[in-house]
Design a protein around this ligand. Sequence first.
Ligand code: ADP
Ligand code: MG
Length: 700
Amino acid sequence: MSTNLQTPIDYLKGVGPNRAELLRKELGIHTYQDLINLFPNRYLDRTKYYKINELQRNTAEVQIIGKIIKFEEIAQKRGKRLVATFQDDTGIMELVWFRGHKWIRENLKLNTEYVVFGKTNWFNGKFSMPHPDMELLKDHQTSIQSAMQAIYPSTEKLTNKGISNRVVLKIMQQLFTETKGRFSETLSPELLENQRLISKSEALFNIHFPQNQELLSKAQYRLKFEELFYIQLQLILKNLIHKSKIKGFPFSQVGDYFNSFFSQHLPFELTHAQKRVLKEIRQDLGSNAQMNRLLQGDVGSGKTIVAFMSMLMALDNGFQACLMAPTEILSVQHYNGLYDWCNKLNISIKILTGSSNTLERREIHENLENGNLQILIGTHALLEDVVKFKNLGLAIIDEQHRFGVAQRSKLWHKNTSPPHILVMTATPIPRTLAMSVYGDLDISIIDELPPGRQPVKTVHRYDKNRLKVFRFIRDEIEKGRQIYIVYPLIQESEKMDYKDLMDGYASIERDFPKPKYQISIVHGKMKAADKDYEMQRFVKGETQIMVATTVIEVGVNVPNASVMIIESAERFGLSQLHQLRGRVGRGAEQSYCILMTSHKLSNDSKVRIETMVRTHDGFEIAEVDLRLRGPGDIMGTQQSGVLNLKIADLLKDTDILKSARYYAQQILKNDPALSSPQNKVLLHTYKQMSKYRNIWNYIS
Ligand code: ADP
Ligand code: MG
């Protein structure tokens, strides 16, 4: 009979209440199951025993067999250190402890053979090993032998309380003894065979006690595959259940609005990518299920027209549509852009923002409810309860990373039955991350820019070259171009940022005096109406220079602006830099992005700046960003749960993730309820996971 893995860790021989408490607090290990899933961070080669005279100054961790021949306490600046002289048949070295002297004196034996391991230092003409992991040679010889020594995650507290890596290994050994190393299989025979995976028991044994490198790799592959497979299974199931339960409005026809826009008013030929995405959306909208789609497309890839044409599909079927954007500036811009097209088609469209007045609001509310108003554009104002639609068929959210999940779901409840939802983002998310975080959404990607775009020339300049940069600005203005100069967001170090911005503004005014030059300024502390006024002056070409904080980051479209200067560029994140650069290069002219920095740059800043200079590919930039910041940071705390993986790594295990997702899809396609005999074990494991909440930790 196999041991119940839900047994509390306290019951494991050698653990006891104190250690159990520490394991719970420090590593979240409550049960046998948790312990078995404590996977090592790395492994040491245990086939090699060093002699003391073989040690090199740059040797990493080593294990040595020898005896302690004496102890000595040595006073130092603060407290004492305990030094043991350790000897083998080739020489002597020192073992050093800064804490826990009493325990060591009482427990370690003199003149008895030990295996010590740890990092060695070269200090005062001798090798020394601080806080070594120690094991009696005779215990070492009888312990489970493995070629590689697992090194487990630990905390300072655990080390201080004597739960060293060796102790964890001992406990782990005990667990394997009690369970006889037999664990129920959690994947189906088909999967094991198909993917050539080793069994669960073999994998667990080799992840903790690798017999050789090959078996370790197989164990890692199997466990990573399993972890990613069940996450994908969960996400895809969620999506399927969603589709079967939640009826959408089937937009059965492509009607007059769409057709006449397409044949008479299309301002340019759609790119292949735009056409493909429109087809994908059309398919969703035509089906019985509610659409939940994420549209990713780099800045300038032309998401707006796709959004508009999707709205036309709703209108053609007698429904209303809305488009929500994160800022007033953006909403206004969308409104202005769509207004002309709507006019040509005789479609009613309005904008609702924080600064709409009472009269406008009342009129909008009324016409929404009686159905006279067909398209509503706006900010968060759309989410207010008073905003009610007669029959909202499609809700589009632009730049979704600015909105929380809660807000997304609010849109859902604007109707008796939820509208189709299209979420658009220009912040590319690396594919692997998207698969895991948005695995329950369907994803469309516009991976092609409209033709004729010239890449923005990007350079890095140090502050001391400012005069040259200003000369360049003057030349560009001479040619009729407009310039953005962006400062870091006024936020954390609010006062300093504000001062930087104002100092910068003052110096720009000095170098670009009125009346020849006109300058707009926009920052987060201004009232919405003032911002808008300044913005509009720039849009209309009344000002040549726009000094701003990152409020302009997203979506703003002024094709005549051809130079983007980013001050203190080292303080911006990669995706922000990419967004900002996307503000230029929208017209026919050659555009430029100048990244200004001080001389002192951290390594990360250097990588960010170099990446921007090297590439324009939003997905490539996103990958670098992911590598620099880690997935948790990129998605924000909101979704970081998804990324709490135990063994797989979203950056490195892309291929495993892809095949895990593929198999999960295939299996659910043939057997959506996992009810067939060969999938019994999958269903069982899946239910177990849900029961013990393991899997829910992954899902936000
Ligand atoms: P984003 O994806 O960043 O929202 P927009 O929808 O604002 O991009 O489009 C950027 C610019 O490209 C706009 O000026 C738009 O009119 C233009 N555009 C979009 N699609 C095409 C196309 N297929 N051919 C030419 N220009 C296009
Ligand atoms: Mg846009």
